[in-house]
Design a protein around this ligand. Structure first.
Ligand code: PLP
Length: 422
């Protein structure tokens, strides 16, 4: 085996949820005869209407004269021009913006955008100063845990909790009394709607964060992988934020195209250029086939329509099934709380004073044939010891109604037993 550099070693570590996914795959393989209800998936459901849309766009591309240009040629590392044009036209019209080509970067998946940004703006500057990558509201997307080549640059902040004990509900809020964004900050990143919690920061909270960052010229990457206009996986009203130091980052993965790796960043020219330089060195550009079919789906308006009429209702209904089942099945005297379901494709549960760890709870739930994800890996950058980190579970909404209902009933039995034992 070759010697690895520090970066090589760092990248080889299974960060966050990837380590758990390994355990899940091993469980599924070791126990092949057993029927598991898998509520761990982050992969979106293949919805027939969505698959058909991509099939139709592909058929159109295949029969067009554009095909050779798309797959037989390199292109600009900024992205395929028809996709850039489609995004500009759609967003200018939809949100009354004044975007031009300099404001857009197409990347091979939005994960790549966070990697570029984390290392272009976070880490050590040429004079040796450490610039932090600030995650203002923990928990957040586990994938941020591996994006920096300088792990000590990643810092996240404990949330304030808004709890409704009567309805077993809660919501995280950014704790502005703690949050520090200043000259030591390189960039800010958060997901809205949030994976894993389904939280949607209010417009006011977002404006407060961008204003804090603006004072120090700090870019704020708003991870909109679940936001409107596509995939529109918000179940509560929210307005995307553009302009100034905000960078609106989209992904087509939850709009049915995770395999084609399309991420889109919208922001001011200097930031877009810095990200683009990273991309040129890394991979030249994203796949043009994916970009060409995305251009068609966006320009025709079909993608935003399917997002609104098919993708959003599908997952919203799953959340309702989960919420109703838990309300019926969970023991009344246990302090369990479901995070308000404001978007994304997950539900997030918190068990206050849980007598065991989230990892042990996950193992016990596995014993009854249900796989969820223990919560601890969703606190990247939060070093401090906080019992809450080991009291949560993430449940995927990608299963069938029956699987979700059965899974939640079995979970309720385990939770009842775990609290009764003390
Ligand atoms: N951001 C969030 C919040 C996600 O949930 C995901 C994927 O699950 C990503 C980014 C990465 O998405 P992409 O496929 O665009 O790289």
């Amino acid at each position: 085996n070759p010697d690895l550099t520090r970066f090589g070693e760092q990248m080889s570590h299974l960060t966050g949820v990837r380590a758990i996914m390994k355990d899940i795959i091993e469980t599924l393989e070791a126990d092949r005869g057993r029927e598991f209800i898998n509520l761990s998936a982050g992969n979106p459901v293949i919805l027939p209407e969505v698959e058909q849309l991509w099939r139709d766009c592909t058929a159109e591309l295949l029969s067009s004269s554009e095909y050779g240009e798309v797959v037989c040629r390199y292109g600009s590392s900024q992205g395929y021009q028809p996709l850039i044009d489609a995004v500009i036209e759609d967003f200018n019209k939809r949100y009354g913006l004044n975007l031009n080509s300099h404001n857009i970067l197409i990347a091979p998946g939005s994960q790549a955008i966070y990697f570029f940004a984390a290392n272009a703006f976070g880490g050590y500057t040429s004079d040796g100063t450490l610039k932090k990558i600030v995650l203002p509201l923990s928990p957040d997307y586990t994938g941020y845990g591996g994006v920096s080549l300088v792990p000590e640059a990643l810092v996240s902040y404990k949330p304030a909790l808004e709890v409704d004990p009567l309805h077993h509900q809660f919501k995280y809020r950014p704790d502005f009394s703690q949050l520090e964004i200043d000259e030591t900050t390189g960039c800010v990143i958060f997901s809205r709607p949030c994976n894993p919690t389904g939280n949607v920061l209010t417009d006011e909270e977002v404006n407060k964060i961008t204003a804090l960052a603006n004072a120090f010229d700090v870019p704020v990457l708003i991870d909109s992988a679940y936001a409107p206009p596509f995939p529109a996986l918000n179940f509560t009203a929210m307005t995307p934020v553009f302009g100034g130091n905000a960078i609106h980052c989209m992904s087509l993965s939850k709009a049915g195209l995770p395999g084609e790796r399309i991420g889109i960043a919208i922001g001011e020219k200097p930031v877009i250029q810095a990200l683009q330089s990273f991309q040129t060195n890394l991979c030249i550009h994203s796949s043009r086939y994916g970009q060409a079919i995305a251009a068609r789906a966006i320009a025709s308006g079909a993608l935003s329509e399917i997002a609104l009429n098919v993708i959003r209702p599908h997952y919203q209904q799953k959340f309702d099934v989960l919420e109703d089942t838990l309300a019926q099945a969970m023991p009344k005297d246990v302090p369990w709380f479901l995070h308000r379901g404001e978007g994304a494709i997950f539900a997030w549960l918190w068990f206050r004073d849980l007598p065991i760890t989230d990892w042990e709870l996950y193992q016990q739930i596995k014993e009854v044939g249900v796989i969820v994800v223990p919560g601890e890996s969703f606190f990247p950058g939060l070093q401090e010891d906080w019992s809450h980190k080991k009291q949560c579970l993430r449940v995927s909404l990608t299963a069938t109604n029956l699987e979700i209902a059965t899974g939640m009933r079995r979970l309720a039995e385990i939770v009842d037993r775990v609290y009764q034992r003390v």
